[in-house]
Ligand binder design. Sequence first.
Ligand code: CUA
Length: 313
Amino acid sequence: MKVELNGVWLPRAASTLADSVDTAWDVVYWMSIVFFVVIIGAQAYFMWKYKRRTETDVTSDIDHSTAVEITWTVIPSLLCIFLFLFGFYGYVNASVAPANAYEIQVTGQKWSWAFSHPNGKTEAGELHVPKGRPVKLIMSSRDVLHSFFVPEFRIKQDVVPGIYTTLWFEATEEGPMAIFCTEYCGTDHSAMLASMNVMNEGAFQEWLNADEGKGMTPVAMGADLFAKNACLSCHSATDATVKVGPSLYKVFGRQEQMADGSTLTADENYLRESILVPNAKLVKGFGPIMPAFKGVLKDKQIDAIIAYLKEQK
Ligand code: CUA
């Protein structure tokens, strides 16, 4: 998947939260620069001014100054309090979603992102959202810790198995944006990408209510789903390369040696079960590591993936 971050210094700011995050960052950045210059400058000046120039030079007799002590305690303290309040305000704002937010379920699993909309529409690898409307993400993981990061929105949150975590945003710009996983989660962590497709309200409604795969053959739809659900990261389909999972090239009708010593012929029912409940029957030599797609993929999508696999012959 191609990921592009627009922007030179920071990625483009594309949500209502982004500006306050950038302002906080800029304030800390410029404060650091000012203090660096002032402190290092004074140090350099004193090194020159108080350098021992002759053998008879004696150390200046400087006692402590209460005024200086108070100044360099009070000013940094005030700055720290200001930074805290500034950050805390932004944090609270970013933590509490508006009550009318559009809610989307997000599921992280090794190594892909799946999304489910309130009307039952599901998608993976790509998330369509409306522009100019608050969106709340309710997120969980099926296996290990992941982290959902959208740099252009300046939002990031861990995605944890067994509990829900949330994020919210209101997009201010249209177009595709990168979604990253930013918690190391195994072999293909760095490939655990998705794209955020921000659309205007009209286009979003049209997409939301469109009949999925309309005008696509089941094989084409299956190929699309195979790529979007990151099946590719563990299974080859167009050649016999063995990755983390068995190659699915020529899988249909194949005699499979199973881990329990039995043999079976890969037919539609076996493929379906292996997608929905992968650990029910394991191929010899492979561990129970594939995430279950039960509740993620709909019947029509499973049919399409099976149709695609039947074509890989
Ligand atoms: Cu998921 Cu890293």
